[in-house]
Design a protein around this ligand. Sequence first.
Ligand code: GLU
Length: 491
Amino acid sequence: MNNVRVRFAPSPTGIPHIGNIRTALFAWIFAKKHHGTFILRIEDTDQNRYDPNSELAIIESLKWLGLEWDEGPEIGGNYGPYRQSERKSIYVEVAEKLIESGKAYYDDTTPEQLKELRQSQKKQKLPPRYDGRGRYRTKEEIEKSRDMGLPITVRLKVPDTGKISFVDTIRGKIEVDAREIDDFVILKSDNMPTYHLAHVVDDYLMRISHVIRAEEWISSTPRHILIHQALEYDLPKYVHVPLILGSDKSKLSKRHGATSVLEYKKEGFINDALFNFLSLLGWSPGDDKELLSKNEIISEFQLNKINSSSAIFDLNKLEWMNGVYIRGYSDEKIIEEVIPILESKDKSIGLPKRVKRPLDKKYLAKIVPLVKERIRTLNEITELIDFFYEENITNTKENIIIKKMNDKDSIKILNKSIDILNNTKSFNSQSLETNFRNLVEIEKVKPGQLFTSLRYALSGKKIAPPLFETMEVLGKEKCLQRVSAAITLLT
Ligand code: GLU
């Protein structure tokens, strides 16, 4: 395919939804596949809703996922500026050209009049639509309204008859009656373009080959076709990608968990895992393969394999996939990723404040291999390993007492455990395991009975890394101190 030029054109009005970023991801993959160009265009014409933090979040999300753009604000390109607020004069000029050619007109209908119109249509059970009254306003009347300070918009003159059709790459031919579309606003009274006008003009001037965007724009596309026709622009290819729904099939929202890429980053998800996961939301390579590298995704990607039905966001699957990616990392890489998490001052993420920072990397290097198989997100590590760092841990009598035994017998066996800790010459996991398994046999208890109690004694947790490796990493002194504390609890 020649000259693939695609764009991601977000409106920075809020925290970018993961669905928007997934759309960007599809466009990026498609560009990469065809050695094309991926463009970032900021659609910020709605200055009342513009939010600079939103723009920063969009940029950070794209960068974190590796969706670097070839042209865009700041880096520029041959078709800039790439921020719509810097392109205002272009849209005004285009609107004027449409007026001159009789394809658009000035309209001085006031918001109050439009409201009245809607109300009377409602009474007559008619669909609300603009009635085209501006078509009959004279130049003089418009000038007079302008002098009076009334708001003047520009509307496109929509043909009264005929069909408007276009082909969507995923959904095929879509056709509507021109009658269903009213003369819509293309330039607002503050001289700002509507989305309809601005993106059509920009896509044309920026030589966009494929408009890859969310499904919600399908119903507006006939309007966009009309603008193209009025301006005698060639049409790009349209690719409307499906919505992302939550597990209950309603639109993915906060209720279903995090809806922004950066929240997932904060929760300890890995960018490559999220990339893989997002690529499969609405697309599949056609077999059951789910774990795919970026390069595999790029080579397998095809627009016509994007589904027309909505994608379901399955958080369990994302967590599973993330765990697989973590396991694929080297220990060094995991250490590098988890240090900022463990050292974070945010209580919900990092180790307690009392744990001294910076953490000793060598000590962490002994711990990470014990837990890398068990975490699905990087953040899960903190809770799993905090006891390696704490001076004291909290326990309850119920947890320590050996199952199916009374206090006295439990104390007896725990004391024998102390002896083993004291007498195991080379304090490593193998020797410890051999000795403790001997004890279990001699005492005629089940391994699970004693080991659960010891696990609680050492870590304060039911679920903890493997017991004997944990002992080795904690070291003799700490193990003795903790098992003694557990005995005290029972006495
Ligand atoms: N600014 C629009 C949005 O954020 C862009 C839609 C499009 O890609 O054309 O939804």
